[in-house]
Ligand binder design. Sequence first.
Ligand code: ZN
Ligand code: ZN
Length: 161
Amino acid sequence: MLELNLDNKDEFVSIEKSPYAQKGHSNLVKLWAKCPVCGKDVNNEKGQIVLLGKWEEDGEHNRHDIFTLTDKFDDYRIEFPENFDAKKDITVEFICPSCKSSLLLESKHNCNCGSPCFMLTAFSKSIITLCSRTRCKEHMLYLHKDDTWSFIRQIYTDSAQ
Ligand SMILES: [Zn+2]
Ligand SMILES: [Zn+2]
């Protein structure tokens, strides 16, 4: 279980409360994501976020396969594994494909829906938390002050394409 370390609160701004959160902005931001444990990039060559997922279904334990998440913040598209029933409302344990660490956060950070959240590092020091339930859309970006310019560049360059 990972800790969500926001001890230096002054260094972070939750994106929902930030001046950059005007409607129609944050959803265009491309997230360069890393594993918070080993620091390796989890984006593939198309930029999508690729994670290993582990889930239980029909009493069958420890099914696991690759899940591909969009790299756009506020975009909920997921490419599910072929053997995963995407219509089901299932909690998936996401795992770093490089170091195989679980990305789940401690239960005190559970989503409003009650499911565990998992985290990734974004840009260099920002943190993104996401609900691990496949049909829940809760997520949060804590933008670190060192990443502000990367974030603004994303809004005004990539999003203009
Ligand atoms: Zn890792
Ligand atoms: Zn949730």
